[in-house]
Design a protein around this ligand. Structure first.
Ligand SMILES: [Zn+2]
Length: 164
């Protein structure tokens, strides 16, 4: 799921886990800073980054070798820096996303079933705060009727066409 909020300033992005070409450590304050201090909010983390299970140090992800990956700082086990099924979202990141959603004029909701909570509640926060929803998805969802505009198609095709 991806959400983008628009309101006069820089947009806040909540991308799904993705693999950038050159992953960087999380920006300072990500997941714990004030709502606008660390954009984008990585609600579900970043698959291309690792996180230490002990001290929380974030580093660019590395492929698994013959040994378990260890933290250079404390020796703890490293893992992909993403929220896995059964794990809780980071409370500060979720609060940051909800805060941005409540202040947004528009929430773009792209490529999601809009069924997995708590992330699925974010567009509803914008709507209930007086904002609008634009949905881009291959099929209708529970958001479709509430959206000001719903475009059904593949995001990779629809979004470039919207920008032309
Ligand atoms: Zn560590």
């Amino acid at each position: 799921m991806g959400c983008c909020f628009l309101r006069g300033g820089p947009p806040g992005l909540i991308p799904p886990p993705a693999a950038p070409r050159h992953p960087a450590p999380a920006p300072r304050g990500a997941g714990g800073g004030p709502p606008d201090a660390a954009l984008p909010v990585e609600l579900h983390g970043m698959i291309a980054r690792d996180r230490c299970n002990v001290c929380g140090e974030r580093t660019p992800g590395e492929p698994l070798g013959d040994r378990l990956p260890r933290c250079a700082l404390c020796g703890g086990l490293r893992r992909p820096d993403v929220v896995l099924f059964g794990e809780q979202l980071d409370a500060a990141s979720l609060a940051s996303a909800q805060s941005m959603a409540a202040r947004a004029d528009l929430c773009l909701v792209i490529g999601t079933s809009a069924e997995v909570y708590p992330a699925a509640a974010i567009p509803w926060t914008t709507l209930h705060s007086g904002g609008h929803i634009i949905e881009v998805n291959t099929q209708p969802t529970s958001l479709t009727r509430a959206a000001s505009t719903a475009v059904h198609g593949k995001a990779g095709e629809v979004l470039p066409a919207l920008l032309e």
